[in-house]
Design a protein around this ligand. Structure first.
Ligand SMILES: O=C(O)C(=O)C[C@H](O)C(=O)CO
Ligand SMILES: [Zn+2]
Length: 276
């Protein structure tokens, strides 16, 4: 499994485009017929995708984990962003359709990903963090996700935040996970931006129309940089970095975190006039 290491904010100030992309961009995680995962040293979060076609894909064990099986000391959150699919956890099969979320607790030995129809395959975005106890495996459909309206059409950031794995939703040891849907005509996410020194964060952009890009902003609020992103790419945000984006068209994104706490509202906002 590919590994990425943590970056110090002082070092980041000297980074050019290629180095920013190498250290933070997780591309190629959606690859038809494959599972592609990246081990990050941000709270040891594993980030990736499973894209089954005709054949079911088994969550493999990796040498990096020095474990008997993937979830021996880990938990996993899975959100489907494409066609209907199923995920089987130790013999129990769950229907995980577009925008549904499945949490699987520590100790589950076998996890299998499948698409209902290989012509319209499922695409699963995956986050996994270390876990100290077992919380029950749980499915939450998008209908049941806790929804929060944010932003406004006037500022082109009207969006709905959908929370799945968090303190008042599916319980977990560390993972916090959900997705945000922008209203037509709105292109800005997480503006004004924030940092949360207590948690890392990963963003995964999807439903970005062909020929469009996401401009993802990162860095300390006083020292921002951007990274140009495509559909089905993820980016990691260190605890010292803002994470915000604007698209050249409408889009959705999954966000997920792990770290010191699971309090979604634990954010230190940065006022727009203070950004540099
Ligand atoms: O649109 C937003 O605002 C978000 O989705 C923000 C993320 O949920 C986030 O950064 C949580 O820490
Ligand atoms: Zn955040």
């Amino acid at each position: 499994m590919k590994v990425i290491h943590s970056v110090h904010p002082e070092d980041f100030k000297a980074y050019q485009t290629a180095q920013i992309r190498e250290r933070f961009l997780l591309d190629g995680i959606v690859s038809p017929g494959k599972i592609e995962l990246v081990y990050t040293h941000y709270d040891r979060m594993i980030v990736g995708g499973a894209s089954p076609l005709e054949t079911t894909l088994d969550l493999p064990n990796y040498a990096n984990l020095r474990a008997e099986y993937f979830l021996e000391r880990r938990e996993i959150g899975i959100i489907n962003v494409a066609g209907n699919g199923t995920v089987t956890a130790d013999g129990v099969t769950y229907n995980v359709n577009k925008l549904d979320c499945l949490y699987i607790g520590k100790g589950t030995k076998n996890v299998k990903f499948a698409s209902v129809n290989a012509e319209e395959p499922a695409v699963y975005f995956i986050l996994s963090s270390p876990a100290h106890m077992t919380y029950p495996t749980a499915l939450m459909t998008n209908e049941d996700a806790i929804k929060v309206n944010a932003g406004a059409a006037e500022t082109a950031n009207q969006r709905t935040i959908n929370k799945y794995i968090f303190l008042e939703g599916i319980r977990s040891c560390q993972l916090v996970m959900g997705l945000t849907i922008l209203e037509p005509g709105s292109i800005w996410n997480t503006m004004p931006p924030h940092v949360h020194d207590r948690r890392m964060e990963a963003y995964f952009y999807f439903d970005v129309p062909e020929g469009n890009k996401i401009v993802h902003y990162m860095g300390e609020g006083s020292e921002t940089r951007h990274i140009m992103m495509n559909n089905h790419e993820a980016v990691v945000s260190p605890p010292w970095s803002i994470h915000s984006g604007s698209g050249t068209a409408n889009y959705k994104f999954i966000w997920g975190m792990a770290g010191e706490n699971q309090d979604y509202t634990d954010m230190d906002a940065i006022a727009v006039p203070d950004l540099r």
